[in-house]
Design a protein around this ligand. Sequence first.
Ligand code: NAD
Length: 488
Amino acid sequence: MSYERTELFIDGRWRAPSTAATSTVISPATGAAIGTIPQGGTSDVDAAVDAAGRALRSKEWGAISLEERVGLLSRLATELERTAATRAELTSVQNGMPITLSVGAEGAGPPALLRYYAAIAASVPVEERRPRLDGKGITVVRREPVGVVAAIVPWNYPQLLTMFKVAPALAAGCTVVLKPAPETTLDALELAAAAERAGLPPGVLNVVSGGADVGAHLVAHPGVHKVAFTGSTGAGRAIGEICGRLLRPATLELGGKSAAIVLDDADLTTITQGLASSSLLNNGQTCHLSTRILVPRQRADEVLGAVVAVAESLTIGDPLDPATELGPMVSERQRRRVEDYIELGRAGGVLATGGGRPDRDQGWFVEPTVFGGVRNDSRIAREEIFGPVLTVIGYDDLDEAVTIANDSEYGLGGTVWTADIDRGLEVARRVETGTIGINFYDPDLGAPFGGVKSSGLGRELGPEGFFAYQQLKSIYLPQSATPGDYPA
Ligand code: NAD
């Protein structure tokens, strides 16, 4: 199958980009060229931001009722539900995600988020009348859309992470300019097509493709009011610096190097059942994975054996095959990066399994790899690898385990493994992180998600993820006003 796209979606219309450049879509499973995508340029960003600014104030979007806005969001959700299977496949084709994961995360996740945020928008009053603290009248507290949102996303969960931003932004009445990752542009253009079919007014959702330069132009554009970014910590810092200078609100969801703390009472079967998903999901290309596995020294060999067994049990193969549990790295460059870390690991730890390429003659595959006896100060334990590489680190007592877990630049995910949930909760409370699971890890879309330290700023998901797209205005009414005079 070949995927040929030539146009961007700006101001409700499909149009050729300002640059003549295109880029080739490469299948990570085969290394073959499977399509072409257009490359946007800075003047396309300018046009998209202008369109989003006009839409914000338009009578078709800015002035419609909440009911009409909720209706448009549900129409978009219906379109995305109708195309869920093909959209899921599109992600797997582009980034190598096993199809069984794409079906839920990329196919079903985005419309579910749209419906969730439409319901939140419908339930949160736009205005609240509040008695003044000094007792001298009333203040109206209004929740207004923050404005034009620049949404910049990575390739690993492209559609889900896009909807982490687009769903609450649209529900709050904002407009969006989306810049997808170069590796996963096709699905963003599919979203634009769904928005067009759903009848979203022109300029409400715009898609401009391109690389970091296009993203940087968008971040700094004077017409943008908020930046919502998911990606690497390095890019997040660069974006944060620009937003700081411009005093522009930003949500930054960045990298991770989370810890799985295996307690001395942990059940090996529970670990074996949960670890593939909590530590190796999406071929190791997931930001919150527990890639540092902290084990009590007296059980080190036993737990290392279980981790190795999990890694060796995974079925490696074509991402579109439902039997596949581990697909390829997204690109040749990413595989090189992962293999460089494996080389570093060989020098510093004990290679317990993997380390090479599986026996396949094409595609960017890497064997699931486990290092035992790793020190937490080694580079493979400190830096985000973003591939199927796990480090097993021993500890003597619980305090040391928590200290090692927290001895990281990052704080995004994490897990605690124990037979005693109360004990797990106690440990979870002590870990410096934005999210953590006990005996499993699966983000709850209804609860805030995000990181501490170098893993980011702000939160997405949950009602908190909606409020991030609103700004507050207080209108002080004269003392003569009483609540009954100004009904909501
Ligand atoms: P990346 O930072 O290279 O790119 C992410 C996006 O930002 C892409 O669209 C890219 O074109 C754009 N970009 C890059 N530099 C930019 C700049 N200076 N200004 C504006 N835009 C810029 O990341 P990636 O390699 O695509 O994704 C992998 C990274 O994303 C990993 O570090 C991973 O941990 C992180 N991630 C974090 C989360 C989270 O929720 N915290 C989720 C998924 C991925």
